[in-house]
Design a protein. Structure first.
Lengths: 150, 109
């Protein structure tokens, strides 16, 4: 029996279908790297579901050499399930991989660090849960002076 | 190479089971990306810290695999709920295999 999807549900389905090539609203000047392959290797080919990952970056980084980044995974988790790893990739950097956080069952799934970004881009964070599910989020950041030394 | 002392701050060292401890760590390291060139145009080889690990009594708590896109003087802030008292050991390893280590003690009641 067909059920009429609410607009929210329809958007979620749509977002899931496009998860792998999540919208790159910002247009960096340089060509993109192999970030999609890096994500594929991380998930074993599974397409991450959009959501649950909270990726915080400033909207504008005047100095791409040291950009504060925070990630967290929220939402209820079943007993015994925890976040295992979070991979962060930067599609417009010389190298896609930025950092991979690894968590234990004693961790609160949050972490902060400072990273280098070469250009305006959509940074992507992909979380791997111990039940085999993957979630992702992306955030656009404008970079005025690139900081990868290249 | 001079001894580099990492800076570690725990928001509490005396905790009750179930409490969350916030840990901030900072280590001095140039994190040379391998993408820069020196004055004569020669590439400067990559030299970065590539791994950070935090263990409690030898058991893994939190860690990361760093790439050259992590900023110089790597900073991490992470949280965990300790289940036992003991020694927190922090280890940073760079591309040459050099290890930087530090420890903190926590008490859990």
């Amino acid at each position: 029996m067909l059920q009429r999807l609410s607009r929210r549900e329809a958007l979620t389905v749509g977002a899931g279908a496009f998860a792998a090539g999540v919208g790159l609203a910002a247009a960096p000047a340089r060509a993109l790297n192999d970030y999609a392959d890096q994500i594929k290797n991380f998930t074993g080919g599974k397409t991450p579901v959009e959501g649950r990952v909270k990726l915080e970056l400033p909207e504008l980084a005047e100095n791409g050499n040291t950009v504060p980044l925070s990630i967290a995974v929220d939402g209820p988790m079943d007993e015994g399930i925890h976040v295992e790893e979070i991979l962060v990739v930067a599609p417009a950097n010389p190298n896609a991989r930025v950092i991979r956080f690894r968590f234990s069952s004693a961790s609160v799934p949050e972490a902060s660090t400072r990273i280098r970004l070469a250009d305006t881009q959509d940074v992507i964070a992909v979380a791997k849960l111990s039940d085999g599910n993957f979630f992702q989020a992306s955030r656009q950041i404008k970079v005025t002076i690139g900081g990868c030394g290249g | 190479m001079a001894e580099i002392k990492p800076r570690i701050r725990l928001d509490k060292k005396d905790v009750k089971k179930g409490d969350t401890v916030d840990v901030k760590t900072l280590v001095s390291h140039v994190m040379e990306t391998g993408l820069r060139k020196d004055a004569s145009g020669k590439p400067i080889p990559r030299m970065i810290i590539n791994t950070f690990t935090c263990e409690l009594n030898g058991k893994f708590v939190f860690g990361c695999d760093l790439e050259s896109a992590v900023s110089a003087n790597p900073y991490f802030d992470f949280k965990f709920k300790p289940t036992e008292s003991g020694t927190l050991k922090f280890t940073w390893v760079d591309d040459e295999g050099t290890r930087i280590e530090a420890t903190e003690t926590i008490k859990v009641t």
